[in-house]
Design a binder for this molecule. Structure first.
Ligand SMILES: [Zn+2]
Length: 296
């Protein structure tokens, strides 16, 4: 729906459409608009899994993706009541019958953390270790190497390669690629995407001494053409979109996630009962529409 608003001949003039899409993309007034509808969305199907996207915990940045420690713990408690923790690889490995056999069709969840801030080892990892929760950490190579600024508007430092190796040695954290430059892939030429992904993949597998099978699109922005390139380097790739995942039917290069945002953790318990989080689903469509116009 939102994707048609700004086209020429659409319902609104370009500037009005842009400002409407920006509001939706940042989810400024969507909660009020979509709240009553959310209760009507059916629950997740048997065997499905939920992927949570985290960025920062207690980082003190004031960014929407920087959540308090108490919110993080509440989020983990809510999900644990509802679903079993698994790694991304195990979740995707489960064909319908395998999942049915192994866990009786119970719902599962996967934790992912983007951007490789040192905040991960300071605030997030201790809680994951304490609860024995597996997670995938997506690393933007140029940020770790000091060649580019942080992928979020803040001055928090990146993890170092030594710290990343130590994190990997915990045995519960998989290291994934988040590209080198953390640019919007749909806005790049295919050969530029391939160059960036090849360098990221080579650097990460050398530094981590293992194959890098998981990938995360910067800012969740993907296109069919970009996914074609990603598939040459990685087994699985995650996006946004706020939907539960059905392993038998999901596109392994476009696995949806629920973003953890400040102020949203208290509603997670109710969101878990819906197969789609409408606010995030619509905001994600708006972000892609803006990105196609070079405005996001
Ligand atoms: Zn990122």
């Amino acid at each position: 729906m939102a994707t048609d608003l700004g086209r020429s001949g659409g319902l609104l003039r370009p500037r009005a459409a842009r400002s409407l899409l920006s509001g939706i993309a940042r989810a400024r007034w969507l909660p009020a608009a979509l709240g009553p509808l959310q209760a009507l969305v059916p629950g997740p199907r048997r065997n499905s899994f939920l992927v949570v996207a985290l960025h920062l915990v207690n980082g003190g940045t004031g960014l929407p993706v920087d959540i308090d420690r108490s919110e993080f713990e509440e989020l983990l408690d809510s999900i644990a009541e509802y679903a079993d923790p698994v790694s991304l690889a195990d979740a995707m490995d489960g064909s319908e019958s395998h999942a049915e056999e192994s866990n009786g069709g119970k719902l599962r969840f996967v934790l992912t953390v983007d951007d490789a801030f040192r905040n991960f080892s300071e605030e997030i990892l201790p809680l994951l270790v304490e609860r024995d929760l597996p997670a995938t950490l997506f690393v933007p190579v140029d940020f770790v190497e000091g060649a580019r600024a942080a992928p979020l508007p803040c001055d928090l430092p990146a993890l170092t390669w030594d710290e990343l190796r130590e994190i990997q040695s915990s045995g519960i954290i998989e290291i994934g690629s988040h590209t080198c430059a953390h640019l919007n892939l749909p806005g790049m030429k295919l050969n530029e995407i391939a160059e960036d992904l090849a360098r990221a993949s080579e650097t990460l597998s050398r530094e981590m001494d293992r194959e890098i099978s998981s990938f995360c699109y910067p800012r969740g922005l993907w296109s069919a053409a970009a996914a074609g390139v990603v598939g040459q380097f990685h087994e699985t790739a995650v996006i946004g979109g706020g939907r539960w995942v059905q392993p038998s039917s999901v596109d392994r290069l476009r696995i949806p996630r629920f973003p953890a945002k400040s102020g949203c953790c208290h509603i997670f318990r109710s969101l878990l009962g819906s197969r789609v989080w409408l606010q995030e689903y619509v905001a994600d469509k708006a972000r892609h529409s803006l990105a196609r116009r070079g405005l996001y």
